[in-house]
Design a protein around this ligand. Structure first.
Ligand code: OAD
Length: 258
């Protein structure tokens, strides 16, 4: 069984408040490509051509097709053991917040409850003109070679995700910072910690006194600044971590009748 730093288990076992930040790495074992690893999405596509509003306005059909491909991909995969372990962890901690940079909806499908989606969600779309939410039917109604448009006003339909150069949803960011302030333990999982403001959250939590642990295949950009780095696959490490925590909690619990 994996040996975790004793301080991590101690802090987790006593914690009332835990926050978690996830990145593309947690969905890698489900078959969703990450962004920056070999074979990642940004290796095949240039972000400047696809994930910004100018690119969209220049070539809405191409950008919509890229997102249609990504929606299809995430619908065809399943949450993995890492996602499910975070559902189990949420049940053990009174104040638990799962902050995710992922837009793949897999945490929701696994059953996590308190989710803060910092970069939006691939499965939602809206009209850039009247802001009306768009349905899958609206998206599929486009004629060959034509971009999908809002049935109400004719505006272009875009995915509800954060593109380069755009602000993060304010409410989500406020909730994420508040969770960082409260957290006694903060877990940063499967993120390269290169994209801000998300990448700043673990150290924000640390500044407020949290014990910060990273779980990643390789050390991330902030690995030197966190309290513990646990290297390996999230889908293998997280179930063992939750089981170790469960055992520690039951050892700490007062015996019945005492
Ligand atoms: P990245 O692709 O930058 O990083 C993925 C991280 O996951 C890397 O550090 C890998 O080492 C790690 N990893 C891969 N497989 C893993 C596994 N099985 N278990 C644990 N770790 C694993 O993805 P993000 O950090 O999520 O933004 O990227 C951040 C943002 O950049 C994304 O949300 C996206 C992108 O531009 C927007 O779209 C706004």
């Amino acid at each position: 069984m994996k040996a975790f730093p004793p301080a991590l288990i101690e802090r987790l076992a006593g914690a009332q408040s835990v926050a978690v930040l996830t990145g593309a790495g947690i969905s890698a074992e489900s078959g969703v490509p990450t962004f920056r690893d070999a074979g990642g999405l940004w290796e095949q596509f240039r972000p400047e051509e696809l994930a910004n509003v100018q690119a969209f306005l220049r070539n809405p059909d191409l950008v919509q097709r890229w997102y249609a491909y990504r929606r299809k991909l995430v619908r065809e995969v399943e949450p993995n053991a890492g996602h499910y372990a975070l559902v189990a962890l949420e049940r053990l901690i009174p104040d638990f917040t799962l902050i995710t940079q992922n837009v793949d909806n897999l945490h929701r499908r696994a059953g996590s409850q308190r989710i803060v989606e910092l970069h939006g969600n691939l499965l939602r779309s809206y009209c850039i003109n009247c802001r009306r939410p768009a349905t899958e039917i609206d998206l599929e109604a486009a004629a060959e070679g034509q971009p999908a448009r809002c049935p109400a006003c004719g505006g272009l339909i875009r995915p509800d995700v954060v593109w380069f150069g755009e602000f993060l949803p304010e409410e989500a960011l406020t909730e994420a910072y508040a969770a960082c302030e409260r957290a006694e333990v903060f877990l940063s999982i499967g993120t390269s910690a290169l994209v801000y403001p998300a990448a700043g959250l673990p150290l924000e939590a640390k500044r407020h006194g949290a014990y910060v642990a990273e779980i990643n295949l390789h050390p991330s950009a902030i690995a030197r600044e966190v309290d513990a780095v646990i290297l390996g696959k999230a889908g293998e490490i997280l179930p063992v971590l939750v089981e170790t925590l469960r055992q520690a909690r039951s050892r700490n619990a007062p015996a019945a009748g005492s």
